[in-house]
Design a binder for this molecule. Structure first.
Ligand code: ADP
Length: 387
């Protein structure tokens, strides 16, 4: 991480509706304080500290409803094309830097296969727990020895704090809408004594540049508020816990698209994303041999298909819950409308940039946020070019 502007005073934070909010205009307003928005805000403060910046978030920091908190946090080049590896390695170097103060845990990523193929090694040569992986069913493996894990929520928090120290203002518990012509409508939210979230007051402000970093809501916001069409979509992903012991040395395992990510002495199961979830889709739990579970049908189908290869999924170690609310899950953006879509940004109308992370933000999110900040700042060249 580069050092922030030495002479900038820290920004102001409005966390509660009781704090009066001055409605001054800003040069840049970043909507959404997930990992994409917070990183972009920080890079903007570093690249153009003279431009005033406001970061707006509907919830807290990081918001428990966002994609960031539940993202797997697995850095690996196995999932991104070679043309983007320089960016991926720049992101890795950033994540390792002491300045972020996040736990970045190098550990191999092992992608298991039933058949031989290019760059695949026999899985029996790896030290894998046979109660987790059936090596007879998955005799081949692709190994990324440079992979690592981290917590994207910790990254978002560190980026937001660094951005504020570098002069960014932060407005929490505020829902934002695009008003057109550089206007942003801000609804400051409060909770009633019957636990309903209501709008306490509304403000309008103007911004020269708006960054829409609303995660899965970003494409919808630009489509709904600006009346335009985008190619992007969203998907719902559950992340149930698997209570099987893991250590700092345990590798990340993947078979049939299902990832087992070591975390807090156990594993988190990250299902594959097969398709976009249609507008209006409401996640509901499925049924396993007639018993209701919190895992939705699509996830159950993947798990049943993977039971032979990953026997641990058929044990009580998997926390499948009774209803969908028992299993952590989040909406995430699908850039370009496909699960393979890589993080990207685009200027949807003059001065309004849509910034999307999505399924591959663990590896390329930070560099994409930097690229947008550098684009807005008018900086030529990128630090990963020529590496
Ligand atoms: P990403 O990985 O792209 O950063 P997230 O879903 O983690 O995606 O972050 C998007 C953030 O935007 C979330 O914290 C969410 O609460 C916030 N958000 C979504 N809609 C709004 C809105 N209308 N106004 C303000 N914040 C919003």
């Amino acid at each position: 991480m580069q050092s922030s502007a030495p002479d900038s005073a820290p920004g102001q934070v409005w966390a509660h509706t009781g704090q009066p909010f001055p409605t001054q205009d800003y040069d840049v307003v970043v909507l959404g304080a997930g990992r994409m928005g917070t990183a972009c805000a920080l890079f903007l403060r570093q690249l153009v500290p003279t431009r005033s910046l406001l970061l707006v978030e509907e919830g807290g920091l990081p918001n428990e409803d966002g994609a960031t908190l539940l993202a797997p946090g697995v850095w690996t080049t196995l999932d991104v094309p070679e043309s983007r590896w320089p960016e991926a390695h720049w992101t890795r170097a950033q994540l390792c830097a002491d300045a972020w103060d996040i736990t970045f845990q190098p550990r191999p990523m092992i992608d298991l296969h039933a058949t031989a193929g290019e760059a695949r090694t026999p899985s029996r040569d790896l030290t894998l727990d046979p109660e987790v992986v059936d090596m007879a069913a998955l005799p081949w493996a692709t190994v990324d020895t440079h992979a690592a894990t981290y917590r994207p929520g910790a990254l978002a928090l560190a980026a937001a704090q660094a951005a504020i120290r570098a002069g960014a203002d932060l407005l929490l518990n505020t829902r934002a809408h695009l008003g057109g012509d550089g206007r942003v409508v801000l609804e400051r939210l409060t909770v009633t004594n019957t636990h309903q979230i209501v709008v306490h007051e509304t403000h309008h402000l103007c911004a020269g540049t708006i960054v829409v970093a609303l995660g899965a809501h970003g494409p919808h916001a630009t489509e709904h508020d600006l009346g335009m069409h985008t190619a992007h979509a969203r998907a719902y992903r559950q992340a149930p816990r698997v209570n099987w012991p893991s250590t700092d040395a345990s590798p990340v395992l993947r078979a049939g698209g299902v990832t087992l990510r070591p975390q807090h002495g156990g594993y988190v199961l990250v299902p594959a994303i097969h398709h976009r979830d249609p507008a209006g889709y409401v996640p509901t739990g499925g049924r396993l041999t007639g018993v209701p579970t919190g895992l939705r049908r699509e996830t159950l189908e993947d798990l049943v298909a993977g039971l032979d290869a990953l026997p641990v999924l058929g044990t009580e170690a998997l926390e499948s819950g009774r209803s969908v609310s028992d299993v952590p899950g989040a909406w995430l953006a699908l850039p370009g409308g496909t699960p393979a879509g890589l993080p990207q940004h685009e200027e949807v109308v003059l001065g309004v940039h849509l910034l999307l992370g999505g399924p591959h933000a663990d590896t390329l999110g930070l560099s994409t946020a930097y690229d947008l900040a550098a684009t807005i700042a008018g900086v030529q060249g990128r630090p990963w070019e020529g590496t």
